[in-house]
Design a protein around this ligand. Structure first.
Ligand code: SAH
Ligand code: SF4
Length: 442
């Protein structure tokens, strides 16, 4: 049977065949006749949804009030039932981790079908999952286009340690800022992620790690011996979270909701390069732990390393930290400090760092620079890092040196960059050679 253009087009596109968009018909260059058998159920079902359905609205990422409003205005839940339905769905989505309405067995079949027609709770596409030899995992997720844009890809990293598992989440595709030592900073901002997409990283990672009730953890996976597989989240992936404040806030309030994903706010850390106006709001409106990408203790150097410093210089940044709502000795700010050879790693820098942080309950996180192809920076020598750490330790600050994790899969801090500009194999080999030469640890 030969059929009309709309249907043929949908099928050919689904199969990735040549299609002449301008004229809305298939290429029939070599006298090709297109016939498809519509009596086959598989062909029919491949065609039907594309032709008929408007895009379905994501339920994940909506606040309770927004979810209630959406269910009522879709006409599938009466107003008086909205609260109860939201409570039910919230539990299934965020406690049980369902990603298909069909698995919600205490809601009628009819309502499930209606929900499925209008809304989606599906996970994003996993383009790639890599597992490092130290157990670190990195996922490349693909999200659909928003508006006229193209699909986007972002990375999320899982770092298992003794007694805890940390998920490093992205907030943007690329970054508008251009910190000179950061790989992500070389990729232009493509777009902000939505609250749904930020949560999808957490929920899909939990799926993959068997971190929802009644799920299996993959054989041989390195995860904490007891309890939850993901115990902490850090907004330290791609992007500047405070330049996507509203969506990050929505996502983190849902991640910390006690009747759902239930992560304690003390186990959620938001890292900023220093967007000063967003700092007080983070404390007041989200209430999570704060990390500051400091990296330099003088304005002239910080202007070069973290260019947002030109807009919000050290004095303003430190004032915002001093006034961070909820700051106390039990709730310290983490200051991240990347160790760059001969750039910011002298004892003079360490001394100035201690002076700068005086009076602020702080932890200092020394990050050995993670190299990437094309960078001019080098990681400080190990002895230099230890000397720096010893100095600030003696001044009374905890100063763990962050062990680089997942370097073999480019999952370490500042190495994230998505598919659009992935490394060529030769570059990857060069990087590996550089790491072996520089650190002798692989
Ligand atoms: N944009 C936010 C959060 C993401 S970056 C921010 O800048 O804070 C997470 C951390 O990794 C930041 O402290 C960042 O400065 C650091 N980082 C970036 N590139 C790095 C690299 N190549 N090696 C080590 N750390 C790096
Ligand atoms: Fe953006 Fe953070 Fe990288 Fe700077 S360090 S370019 S703010 S992701």
């Amino acid at each position: 049977m030969l059929f009309g253009h709309a249907v043929t087009a949908a099928f050919l596109r689904a199969k990735g065949s040549a299609f002449d968009k301008a004229r809305n018909r298939p290429h029939i260059g070599a006298a090709m006749t297109v016939t498809l058998d519509l009596s086959t159920p598989a062909v029919r079902s491949a065609l039907a949804p594309r032709a008929a359905q408007p895009p379905r609205m994501p339920l994940i990422g909506l606040s309770r009030a927004e979810m209630a409003e959406s269910l009522v205005s879709a006409g599938i839940v009466p107003e008086r039932q909205a609260k109860m339905r939201v409570q039910q769905l919230w539990h299934w989505l965020y406690v049980r981790g369902v990603s298909d309405f069909a698995h919600i067995f205490n809601i009628s079949k009819e309502l499930r079908a209606e929900l499925d027609r209008r809304f989606t709770i599906a996970r994003p596409e996993i383009v790639e999952e890599q597992v490092s030899n130290d157990g670190t995992r990195k996922w490349l997720f693909r999200f659909p286009p928003r508006g006229a844009g193209r699909p986007v890809e972002i990375e999320t990293v899982y770092i298992p340690e003794e007694g805890r598992g940390t998920l490093c989440i992205s907030s943007q595709v690329g970054c508008t800022l251009t910190c000179s030592f950061c790989h992500t900073g070389t990729q232009k901002l493509v777009r902000n992620l939505t609250a749904e997409e930020i949560l999808a990283q957490l929920m899909t990672a939990r799926d993959r790690l068997g971190d929802f009730p009644d799920r299996d953890t993959p054989h041989g996976a390195i995860v904490p011996a007891e309890g939850r597989k993901i115990t902490n989240i850090v907004m330290m992936g791609m992007g500047e979270p405070l330049y996507n404040f509203e969506e990050v806030k929505k996502a983190l309030l849902i991640a910390s909701d006690g009747d759902g994903l239930s992560l304690s706010k003390r186990r959620i850390t938001l890292s900023t390069s220093g967007v000063v106006p967003g700092i007080a709001r983070t404390g007041e409106e989200i209430g999570v732990m704060l990390a500051i990408s400091l990296h330099a203790v003088r304005d002239d150097l910080r202007d070069m390393l973290v260019p947002i410093n030109k807009k919000y210089p050290l004095k303003d940044l430190m004032d915002a930290c001093r006034n961070y709502p909820g700051l106390s000795n039990a709730r310290r700010i983490t200051f991240e400090y990347v160790m760059l050879k001969d750039v910011n790693d002298s004892l003079e820098d360490a001394r100035e760092l201690v002076r700068l942080l005086r009076g602020i309950p702080a932890k200092i996180n020394l990050i050995p620079f993670n190299p990437w192809p094309g960078t001019n920076y080098q990681c400080s020598d190990w002895e230099t890092i230890e000397r720096f750490a010893d100095y600030i330790n003696e001044a009374g600050y905890a100063s763990p040196i962050r062990t680089p994790r997942g370097r073999d899969i480019l999952a370490a801090c500042g190495q994230l960059k998505s598919e659009s500009e992935r490394m060529k194999k030769t570059e990857r080999l060069a990087l590996e050679a550089m790491m072996i030469a520089g650190h002798g640890e692989e």
